[in-house]
Design a protein around this ligand. Structure first.
Ligand SMILES: *Cc1c(COP(=O)(O)O)cnc(C)c1O
Length: 379
């Protein structure tokens, strides 16, 4: 392989995905074309029903993307301008951006050893500042936060919780799906996500009928009926083409794809043997959907490992290279607060690399990743 060729084992493989979904996706597109109805029609309703049923929650509201889904869920849950929202510094920037766009002020709390929001630290912050009423946890990399602890925290402090499930569709804690502790869950159908469509999309899921109604209105200019606007909404409609592809070509395959991710994770966990690499160890009760497979390596050696993998034709990722509060966007334009020092999140940012774990990896490719990891030595 020459230096400029892309790695053969990629982080995502949309070409293989297309080969698998092509017939169903084309048929879905044809049905939408023939229906003559392209935005907020029967297809979106059908997807919302299927998604809600699958998630085990009564209501789903399609949105234009995951960022909007979080903003809409927070606003529909009653976030008022200036309200502080506890969240993680280690996530997609969208998690915090959505809080800011909803009018909130993100308050960053450190993560635990898994890279997930540290609920003990959250408890300590709440104990010293009980006026904070909102929490946005992220089930990062498709690894569920301890939902029992989250539930307990929500009850004892009367918190309004919106769970960021953009990476965690299909993940469970003691059999319970992520997104079912909070008043709402927000998810994303961005192509790289576990339920990724051929464009943008997202959704709000909830057990609260009133919240679902407000979310429906917010995504559509704040209308409650045509030309009657009761709140300042967004245009964040999921279109019929994406909804049809999701409902007919993608959602029916999600369980099988998640199973393949889990098989790859099991192989990595069983077969990667290298004292210089720390693998993601899951606690009892956790059943991740493995959106990503993060491993940790000493930060000073990370570049050497990335290069080693690349020479073996293997792509790797870095999630994430910068803590959210360290992004330049905060300068002057928006306010965020840091509740504690963030040493563990900073260590993650320094040490993490993600191995390929998409559902279209072949067994020999998984073996190649294992082999490359096992024969790497720090320089
Ligand atoms: C992708 C992602 C989002 C944003 O979703 P978009 O559809 O890209 O707007 C939010 N939070 C997390 C954790 C994500 O991974």
């Amino acid at each position: 392989m020459s230096v400029n060729e892309p790695p053969e084992i990629a982080l995502n493989d949309f070409v293989r995905q297309w080969a698998e979904i092509r017939t169903d996706a084309l048929a879905a597109f044809e049905r939408v074309g023939e229906s003559g109805w392209y935005v907020l029609g029967q297809g979106v309703l059908r997807l919302e029903e299927a998604l809600a049923r699958r998630w085990g929650l009564p209501f789903a509201v399609g949105t234009g993307n995951g960022l909007d889904a979080i903003e809409i869920a927070l606003r529909a849950a009653g976030l008022a301008p200036g309200d502080r929202v506890l969240t993680t510094p280690l996530s997609a920037f969208a998690t915090s951006l959505a809080i800011v766009r909803a009018g909130g002020v993100p308050v960053f709390v450190d993560v635990d050893d898994r890279g997930l929001l540290d609920l003990d630290a959250v408890r300590a912050v709440l104990a010293s500042d009980p006026e904070i009423r909102f929490l946005v946890p992220v089930h990062l990399f498709g690894r569920p936060i301890d939902l029992d602890a989250l539930e307990e925290l929500r009850r004892s402090f009367g918190l309004t919780v919106v769970e960021d499930c953009a990476q965690s569709i299909g993940a469970r804690w003691n059999g319970r799906p992520t997104g079912t502790v909070g008043i709402a869950a927000a998810t994303s159908f961005y192509p790289t996500k576990n339920l990724g469509t051929l464009g943008d999309g997202g959704g709000v899921l909830t057990h609260d009928a009133g919240l679902a109604e407000r979310a429906r209105s917010l995504r559509h200019y704040g209308q409650v009926e045509t030309y009657r606007h009761v709140r300042m909404g967004l245009n964040s409609r999921l279109d019929e083409v994406q909804a049809a592809v999701l409902a007919d070509a993608l959602l029916p395959r999600l369980d099988a794809w998640t199973e393949r991710r889990r098989e790859t994770a099991s192989r990595y966990l069983a077969e990667i043997r290298n004292v210089h690499l720390r693998l993601p160890v899951e606690p009892e009760g956790s059943d991740p959907c493995w959106h990503l497979f993060p491993i940790l390596v000493r930060g000073t050696e990370r570049r050497s490992l990335v290069e080693h993998l690349r020479r073996a034709g293997i792509a790797s990722g870095c999630h994430y290279p910068t803590l959210i509060p360290d992004q330049p966007a905060w300068n002057g334009t928006a306010r965020c607060l840091v509740a504690r020092p963030l040493p563990r999140a900073a260590a993650f940012v320094r040490d993490e690399i993600s191995l390929p774990i998409h559902p279209f990896l072949r067994p020999d490719e998984v073996s190649a990743v294992v082999h490359a990891c096992n024969c790497w030595e720090p320089s």
